[in-house]
Unconditional design. Structure first.
Ligand code: DGT
Ligand code: CA
Ligand code: CA
Ligand code: ZN
Length: 583
C-alpha cells in the first residue's frame, strides 16, 4: 500500500457515503482524512501499519482504526461492503463534469444507470431529460461531457500520473542491473496531459530489465516484451514503454525520447547542416570532411556539441528554443525554491477543507513567508461564497492572526466573481478594504467570445482587481475553455497593470503555457496560485512552477517570488503605477 492508495480509498468512501446521503460531516471527515494522508510529513503508511496515528490533525478515531486495518492488511471490509452496494461502473460517472452524487443517485435509482455506456444510451433516447430535476439542457451537458471523455480516453493529466511515475521510478532504481534511469517523453517536458510514460534505462542486461519491467506490481497487462523494449498497461489504463540501452547510448536516447518530435526534427536538421547525423544511438559525421564529435557522456554534452546551450526539457517544443540556445538567449527559468508565498487559497469560510490557521500553518511548514486568502464571493453560492459581512469578519480575523505570527503574514483577499456584465460581486468600498483581489468567472460561461472578452476586460479595468483568476475556466480532459480572446485579455492585462494567474490546480493549469511568453514580453506579471482548497493542495505550486517553466517564465516574471516587504509595497502602489518587473 502506498500513501496514494490509502488516500484513494478514503476519497472513495467519501463518495460512497455521499451517494448514500450520509451525514455531510462524516463525508467531510473522510475527504479531509484523504488530504491529510496525502500531505503528512512523516511516513504515514508505516505509522498506519504500526497503529501510531494518534494525534495527527485531521484523522479521528474512526479513521485511525480504518487506516490501520487498511495499511496492515491491504483491504478494508467497511470499504468493500460500501462498494458492494453499488455497481462498479458507477465510479466512472463521477469523472463526468457536472454530475454530482445527487444526480448520480437519481440516475441509478430511477433508470438503473450503472455505467457511462448506460448513461449515454439513456441520454440518446431522451430518458434522462424526462427525469425531474434534469431536463433537455442537463441531458445535452451530460452528452457533451461523455463526448469529451471519449475524446480524451487515452490521455492523463500530468498531476494525476506523477505519484505513479514516482513510485515506478523508485522501484526501478533498486534494480541492480540498471545504471541510469529516466522518464523521457511528454512527462519530462511537463506537458499538461500525457498519453504514455517513456522509461529509459541504461543496462548491460537489457532483456532481463525488460522482463522485470513487466512484473512491476502496478502492471495490469503486458502489451509487449522484447530484447530491448517492453510495454505494459497499468491498472489505471496508463501505458508505460521501456527502452533498455547501453550506457554510451543513454544520452542520445534520453534526448531522442524526450522529444518533442518537432524539437527533434529541428535539431536533426541543425546537426545535418553541421555535417552530422543524429539519432537515438549517436551523433556521427556524414562524410570524411566532418571531424568526429567531442565525447558525449551526458545529454548536455550533446547540445554543446551542436553549438547550443543546454535546453531544459520543458522548452523542447520547437517554439524558438533552438534559435535562443544558439544565440545564448535562453531564459533562466524559475525554480520552486524561488517562491516566497502564494495567493488565491480557500478556507472553510467558503468551500475549503481547512481553516485559516491550518492553511497558514501548512504554508509556514512549507517555508513560505506569506499566504494570500481568497475565498469565494457571495454569487458563488454553491461554494458557500462570503457576503460583505462575512468577508469583513474574515479580514478582521486575518489581521488578528497576523499579530500572532513571527515572520509570516496572511494577505486578506477575495476571489470575487466577475458578474455577467463585467461588474464585480463586491462594491469598491468593500474591495478597497482588502489587501488584494482575484477576479474570476464562475457563471454565464456560455457567452459569445466577444461578450466574454469584454466582460473580463471590464473587470480588469477595476483598480482593485489585482489579478485575473483561471482566465479560461478549462478543466483538463473534462471541460473545454469558455470562448475568450486571450490575445485581447493579455493586451488588456498589460494596459491595466493586472496580473494574470497561473492557476496550478491540477485540472486547470490556466493560463496555458503556450500564452505565457507573449504575456511576459508585454510586461504582464504572473502569479503562481494553487487555488488550494486544502492544506495538501498548497503543494501544487510545484506543478505550477513546472508549467511556468514551460511558458519560458523567469523568476522576475512571477509576483510571488518577491519577499513580503516588496509585495506589501507593490500592493500599496496604485495599480496603474505598478512596475511589472523589478529594476
Ligand atoms: P505523448 O503523446 O504524451 O506520449 O507524447 P510524447 O512526446 O511522449 O510522444 P511518444 O511517447 O510517442 O514518443 C516519445 C518521444 O519519442 C517523442 O517525444 C519524440 C520521440 N519520437 C517518437 N516518434 C518519433 C518520430 O517519428 N520522429 C522523431 N524525430 N521522434 C520521435
Ligand atoms: Ca509518451
Ligand atoms: Ca511512448
Ligand atoms: Zn475560482
Amino acid at each position: 500500500m502506498t500513501r496514494e492508495n490509502l488516500a484513494e480509498v478514503l476519497d472513495e468512501i467519501a463518495l460512497l457515503l455521499e451517494l448514500k446521503n450520509e451525514n455531510p460531516f462524516k463525508v467531510r471527515a473522510y475527504r479531509q482524512g484523504a488530504e491529510t494522508v496525502r500531505s503528512h510529513d512523516g511516513d504515514i503508511v508505516q505509522l498506519a501499519i504500526d497503529n501510531q496515528l494518534d494525534g495527527i490533525k485531521g484523522i479521528g478515531e474512526a479513521l485511525r482504526d480504518k487506516l490501520h486495518l487498511l495499511a496492515s492488511t491491504g483491504t478494508l471490509l467497511y470499504h468493500q461492503h460500501l462498494r458492494a452496494e453499488f455497481p462498479p461502473g458507477i465510479f466512472d460517472l463521477f469523472e463526468l463534469q457536472g454530475l454530482g452524487p445527487k444526480k448520480i443517485k437519481t440516475l441509478h435509482e430511477t433508470l438503473g444507470i450503472d455505467s457511462i455506456a448506460a448513461l449515454k444510451s439513456a441520454c440518446l433516447d431522451g430518458r434522462v431529460a424526462a427525469l425531474t430535476g434534469f431536463g433537455a439542457k442537463t441531458q445535452a451537458k451530460i452528452l457533451e461531457a461523455i463526448g469529451l471523455r471519449e475524446k480524451f480516453a487515452d490521455a492523463f493529466t500530468l498531476a494525476a500520473i506523477s505519484p505513479l511515475a514516482g513510485e515506478i521510478l523508485d522501484t526501478l532504481r533498486l534494480h541492480p542491473e540498471i545504471s541510469q534511469l529516466a522518464i523521457a517523453g511528454s512527462f519530462r517536458r511537463s506537458k499538461e496531459t500525457v498519453h504514455d510514460l517513456d522509461f529509459l534505462a541504461a543496462t548491460k542486461s537489457p532483456a532481463l530489465v525488460c522482463e522485470d519491467f513487466t512484473t512491476l506490481p502496478q502492471v495490469a497487462s503486458v502489451i509487449a516484451c522484447g530484447e530491448t523494449k517492453a510495454s505494459i498497461r497499468l491498472h489505471n489504463g496508463l501505458q508505460c514503454d521501456l527502452r533498455a540501452v547501453s550506457n554510451d547510448q543513454f544520452p542520445f536516447a534520453l534526448q531522442y525520447f524526450t522529444g518533442s518530435k518537432e524539437h527533434n526534427v529541428a535539431l536533426r536538421s541543425l546537426a545535418l547542416k553541421q555535417g552530422y547525423s543524429l539519432n537515438e544511438y549517436g551523433l556521427t559525421p556524414t562524410g570524411d570532411a566532418t571531424p568526429p564529435p567531442p565525447a558525449i557522456h551526458e545529454e548536455v554534452d550533446l547540445y554543446h556539441a551542436l553549438g547550443l546551450d543546454f535546453i531544459p526539457p520543458e522548452l523542447r517544443e520547437n517554439h524558438g528554443e533552438i534559435e535562443a540556445a544558439a544565440s545564448h538567449t535562453l531564459p533562466r527559468l524559475i525554480e520552486l525554491s524561488h517562491l516566497r508565498g502564494t495567493f488565491h487559497n480557500h478556507t472553510t469560510a467558503s468551500d475549503g477543507l481547512h481553516t485559516l490557521q491550518a492553511m497558514a500553518d501548512e504554508a509556514i511548514a512549507m517555508g513560505l513567508q506569506y499566504l494570500g486568502i481568497a475565498d469565494h464571493s457571495k454569487s458563488t453560492y454553491q461554494a458557500n461564497g462570503l457576503d460583505e459581512s462575512r468577508l469583513l469578519d474574515q479580514v478582521a480575523e486575518i489581521r488578528r492572526l497576523n499579530s500572532t505570527f513571527d515572520g509570516f503574514r496572511l494577505f486578506a483577499g477575495s476571489e470575487v466573481d466577475i458578474l455577467k456584465d463585467g461588474s464585480l460581486d463586491f462594491d469598491d468600498s468593500i474591495l478597497s478594504q482588502l489587501d488584494y483581489c482575484v477576479a474570476s468567472v464562475h457563471q454565464f460561461s456560455n457567452q459569445t467570445e466577444d461578450e466574454m472578452t469584454r466582460r473580463i476586460c471590464r473587470a480588469m479595468e477595476n483598480p482593485h482587481v489585482t489579478m485575473l483568476g483561471h482566465p479560461t475556466g478549462r478543466l483538463l480532459l473534462k471541460r473545454d475553455p469558455y470562448p475568450v480572446n486571450l490575445a485581447k485579455i493579455i493586451d488588456c492585462a498589460a494596459a491595466t497593470g493586472t496580473i494574470i494567474e497561473l492557476n496550478c490546480s491540477p485540472l486547470r493549469l490556466d493560463l496555458d503555457w503556450r500564452w505565457w511568453r507573449r504575456a511576459r514580453d508585454l510586461g504582464v506579471l504572473c502569479s503562481i496560485n494553487p487555488d488550494a482548497h486544502s492544506t495538501a493542495r498548497l503543494h501544487h505550486i510545484g506543478l505550477g512552477v513546472r508549467v511556468a517553466r514551460k511558458g519560458w517564465l523567469r523568476r522576475e516574471d512571477v509576483l510571488n517570488t518577491r519577499p513580503t516587504a516588496e509585495i506589501e509595497a507593490f500592493l500599496r502602489t496604485p495599480k496603474h503605477q505598478r512596475r511589472p518587473t523589478q529594476a
